[in-house]
Design a protein around this ligand. Structure first.
Ligand code: NAI
Length: 332
């Protein structure tokens, strides 16, 4: 039997936290044969709520769950963890500028970087969910220089899954039969959801989505904007942001990273750019990746046309701006 691994969830008393901890403790993130010890961090004001979640985990009688640590102390939270899912952060309030949001979260991620570097297990894999996710991941990387950049990632899998969902609905096929959409760029409304490499399994074999949809306008306009705006649409409908789908996507992201992507299938992950596809390095950018033996690698050689190129640049430019803002606050 496998030894338990330690999984940290920050912001564990929040909405996504509440959705994800039972998923992790049921093996949806690391596999049905992998026991886990959950470390849950939230701010002191949330201590009671966090304890309530701990009580519910006990009450759920989860055989894979071998222990729960609840704390508001970063050092204790990061102690010995093998996986860290960073969901905790300062939420965007109405009327709040992006700059203010970045300032608040830079402070949090700077401090958590120190805890990660000092206390986590060697080779700890990190997934940043909290927004601005790409830039929080960058701050984490900058302030945890000993942690290899390849071990830090941010969540764009929700956007990727949304893209698959839209294609499946459009074609009237099962979502499990659609693969290889790509989300490029920032986890924000400048992201570029790209269906031009996607395929779907049909009774006539696996075919390009573009050919099956046969509607250029839908692919380049409606599909793109529906995926970009999906988060806002869920908030409008639910009066709360997407938490079930975000938690589910975070499990998909970690599971594929650790256990590997199926042959011939790629997924989207926000990773530290190595300059692939002409994306500037020095930013966390969402790329198509495959994973094997716990390592991701960017899918190479996809054709990028002028339309895609301009969308990809727009999102890279936004990330460059976010980086400049973040560095302003870091240096003060
Ligand atoms: P929430 O507000 O319900 O939960 C956030 C939790 O973080 C709260 O319990 C809060 O007390 C805690 N927190 C704040 N500062 C903290 C700190 N320094 N250390 C530890 N915990 C801290 O928000 P929700 O809905 O769970 O969303 C969490 C984050 O995920 C937000 O930033 C949201 O924008 C982002 N998000 C990202 C998605 C993605 O695809 N990358 C998708 C959906 C949400």
């Amino acid at each position: 039997p496998k030894q338990p691994v330690k999984v940290l969830v920050t912001g564990a008393a929040g909405q996504i936290g509440y959705a994800i901890v039972p998923m992790i403790a049921r093996g949806l993130m690391l596999g049905p044969d992998q026991p886990v010890v959950l470390h849950m961090l939230d701010i002191p004001r949330m201590a009671d709520a966090l304890n309530g979640v701990r009580m519910e985990l006990v009450d759920a009688a989860l055989p894979l769950l071998r222990g729960v640590v609840t704390t508001s102390d970063e050092a204790e939270a990061f102690q010995g963890v093998n996986f860290a899912v960073l969901i905790g952060g300062w939420p965007r309030k109405e009327g709040m500028e992006r700059k203010d949001l970045i300032a608040k979260n830079v402070a949090i991620y700077k401090s958590q970087a120190a805890a990660l570097q000092q206390h986590a297990a060697p080779n700890c894999k990190v997934l940043v969910v909290a927004n601005p996710a790409n830039t929080n991941a960058l701050v984490l990387k900058e302030f945890a220089p000993v942690v290899p950049a390849k071990n830090i990632s941010c969540l764009t899998r929700l956007d990727h899954n949304r893209a698959l969902g839209q294609i499946a609905e459009k074609l009237g096929v099962h979502v499990g039969d659609v693969r290889n959409a790509v989300v490029w760029g920032n986890h924000s409304s400048t992201q570029f959801p790209d269906a031009s490499h996607a395929t779907a399994r049909t009774e006539h074999g696996e075919r390009p989505v573009a050919e099956l949809v046969a509607d250029e306008k839908w692919l380049s306009e409606e599909f793109v904007s529906v995926v970009q705006q999906r988060g806002a649409a869920v908030i409008k409908a639910r009066k709360q942001s997407s938490s079930l789908s975000a938690a589910s996507a975070a499990c998909d992201h970690m599971r594929d990273w650790v256990l590997g992507t199926p042959k011939g299938t790629w997924v989207s992950m926000g990773v530290y750019s190595d300059g692939s596809y002409g994306v500037p390095d020095g930013i966390f950018y969402s790329f198509p990746v495959t994973c094997e033996k716990g390592e991701w690698s960017i899918v190479q050689g996809l054709q990028i046309d002028d339309f895609a190129r301009s969308k990809m640049e727009l999102s890279a430019n936004e990330l460059d701006e976010e980086r400049s803002m973040a560095y302003e606050f870091v240096s003060t």
